[in-house]
Design a protein around this ligand. Structure first.
Ligand code: ADP
Ligand code: MG
Ligand code: ZN
Length: 614
């Protein structure tokens, strides 16, 4: 991608010119100013110097004498000043006797023109500039009006890109086939609009990319820019947020003016939720500016004709906060979901990024993709990079399967914290806790098998963890599977209770997850019997953590709480029973893990089954 045109010279540019001119004047034209300082000496010293004939030139004023010392060839003499001893009648005589000449010494101290310029001129100029800026801001506030040409305050700073050979292409985006298909159509339209016009089809004016962070929305937009071969204006929503009311609106106006001039072209507004938030009419301080900006955007989107070939792309991960007016047909009439990648997608993304690193031959991308379930494209890209870094750290020339495997854990759980020392007792408790999870998972047929258990502390704070890998991609979860998951989560604590007869703080994360699952089963999945298929909670931000808001009466809410407790309790009891029935295996496996620190799923199953066979 290549930057085609720098839209306008920013204000700083003019300031810089002024600064350079002043510095040049100082150093070239008035060099003495920079170097020469006048030293003050007392009268006695002055007389002494006179007698020693060390004064080359003097300038007598009312009560001061400015004089220059004697200098060698090519040097500039030092300058001095002294206060005249009152009524020294002899002064002039002494001066003439000493053989010095009379001339302007003080004048060399400071060029009067320059000193005037520095002390008055520069501040005045700065104030004039500032004043102009302020008045312009006020003008904009009062509804715009034609802008002067020198100052470009409040103009859009959208960068203009044009496709080039090096740009990102659709092939750089792995997975996300639907999104790509959708956007390719847009690109195709920009290339041959007549094909669409012949049949009377109109291109959507706006395409909104929605999805969780890191799924490649910005990347897709860049790919469109790379493929389209038309000017591509890219601006982030936050760039519209300005200090003065009305500035954002001005920027929008300017952006669309530029786009119209350059049509056919694409305008991409990233993170549009910053300006597209619902207007609530409460008129709270600060919302004024945002509202004006949004209104301007709506107006501009209505204002141009789709047939002209301006397509607006926007991306957001909080579509539910967008103003409905923005989403209605005629504005962003197409909504392209960019979801977290599935197994195939993850594998493809890994492959795309692995192209950039040196790989060992036998790397199994499928296994890595399976282990990285739930990871976004950005996380996968990060994993490949972490793996490469690990290879470099260990002085190897290529990335191996282990590097990738370890990097999944780094991205999920943080780096290994080698210097964190656990006491023997703590190690035993952590081992027992992790084996508890693994054992409960393995003993319930529905739960995913364990891939790896480790008690090496991580920078994320986890003291150990059990990695479960699903054999295949899951789209539906049955009620039993959810219950088993809760049981597995409680398994850690249950094992601690059983072996140590006491409990620790180590289960806080498990508790959180178990509660969330149990709650979702009751309020959102209709798995409670009592409430049947009634939604009691709705998800408010689908892509950002999935917060929920309660929509039921306080009594119902109390009942939900009670049922959540019951659900978790029942599963905890189930986990306890399972472990109690297999207590010797629990103890043996814990000891084994404590000794080895990390064991694989295969080692785990071997011990579990060996005992069975005996
Ligand atoms: P967002 O959806 O938050 O805008 P980005 O487009 O900024 O996400 O993605 C961040 C990085 O993640 C990209 O630069 C790219 O390296 C990687 N990435 C994300 N999704 C994909 C994908 N589908 N294919 C290849 N790389 C991807
Ligand atoms: Mg983005
Ligand atoms: Zn745990």
């Amino acid at each position: 991608m290549q930057k085609m045109e720098k839209p306008r010279k920013p204000l700083m540019f003019y300031y810089l010119i002024v600064l350079v001119v002043v510095i040049l004047l100082n150093t070239l034209l008035f060099p003495r100013l920079m170097r020469q300082q006048i030293t003050q000496v007392d009268y006695g010293t002055f007389i002494d110097m006179l007698e020693r004939r060390e004064v080359s030139m003097a300038q007598v004023e009312e009560d001061m004498v400015y004089f220059a010392g004697v200098a060698g060839e090519g040097e500039t003499p030092a300058l001095y000043s002294t206060v005249i001893f009152p009524n020294d009648m002899e002064l002039i005589n002494r001066l003439t006797e000493s053989g010095c000449t009379f001339g302007a010494v003080k004048a060399e101290e400071m060029n009067p023109f320059l000193s005037l310029l520095l002390t008055f001129g520069v501040p005045v100029v700065i104030f004039i500039l500032l004043g102009q800026l302020m008045s312009r801001a006020m003008m904009n506030r009062m509804g715009g009006g034609p802008m002067g040409s020198a100052m470009q305050f409040g103009k859009s700073s959208a960068k203009v890109y044009i496709a080039s050979e090096t740009g990102i292409k659709f092939t750089d985006v792995a997975g996300e086939d639907e999104a790509k298909e959708n956007l390719m159509e847009v690109v195709d339209f920009l290339h041959n609009p007549q094909k669409y016009q012949a049949i009377g089809a109109k291109m959507p004016k706006g395409v909104l990319l929605v999805g969780p962070p890191g799924t490649g929305k910005t990347l897709l937009a860049k790919a469109v820019a790379g493929e389209a071969g038309v000017p591509f204006f890219s601006i982030s929503g936050s760039e519209f947020v300005e200090m003065f009311v009305g500035m954002g609106a001005n920027k929008v106006r300017d952006l669309f003016k530029q786009a119209n001039e350059k049509a056919p072209c694409i305008v991409f507004i990233d993170e549009i939720d910053t300006i597209g938030k619902k207007r609530d009419g409460s008129g709270m301080g600060g919302s004024d500016e945002r509202e004006q900006t949004l209104n301007q955007l709506l107006t501009e989107m209505d204002g141009f004709e789709g047939s002209k070939g301006v397509v607006i792309l926007a991306a957001t991960n909080r579509p539910e906060t967008l103003d409905p007016a923005l989403l209605r047909p005629g504005r962003f009439d197409r909504r392209v979901p960019v979801e977290l990648p599935d197994l195939q997608g993850r594998e493809a993304i890994l492959r795309v990024h692995a192209k950039r690193v040196k790989l060992a031959e036998n790397v199994d991308f499928n296994a890595i993709a399976r282990a990285a379930s739930g990871a976004s494209g950005a996380e996968l890209a990060n994993m490949v990079n972490e793996a490469a870094l690990r290879a470099v750290r260990q002085g190897r020339g290529m990335v191996t399967q282990e590097d990738l495997q370890e990097s999944i854990e780094v991205v999920i759980a943080g780096y290994q914290k080698k210097n964190k020392i656990l006491s023997d007792k703590e190690r035993m408790i952590v081992s027992c806790h992790e084996i508890g999870h693994a054992l409960v998972a393995a003993l319930q047929t529905h739960s995913a098998p364990v891939a790896k258990i480790t008690i090496i502390p991580r920078t994320s704070g986890a003291l150990g963890y059990t990695m479960q890998v699903e054999q295949e991609e899951r789209n539906l979860m049955s009620r039993e599977e959810l219950e088993n998951q809760i049981a597995t989560l409680t398994g850690g604590r249950a094992a601690e209770e059983l072996v140590f007869q006491s409990i620790t703080t180590g289960a806080s994360n498990d508790i959180e997850k178990a509660t969330k699952l149990a709650r979702a089963m009751i309020t959102r999945y209709g798995m409670s019997g009592d409430f049947d298929m009634v939604a009691l909670e709705t998800v408010t931000n689908q892509y950002m953590g999935g917060d929920t808001s309660l929509i039921c009466a306080p009594e119902t809410s109390a009942k939900i709480d009670q049922m959540v407790v019951e659900t978790v309790k029942a599963q905890h009891e189930k986990a306890r029973n399972l472990l109690r029935a297999n207590e010797d295996k629990l103890r043996e496996l814990s000891r084994f893990l404590c000794e080895k620190e990390t064991i694989t799923g295969a080692e785990f199953m071997e011990i579990l089954e060996k005992k069975d066979g005996e």
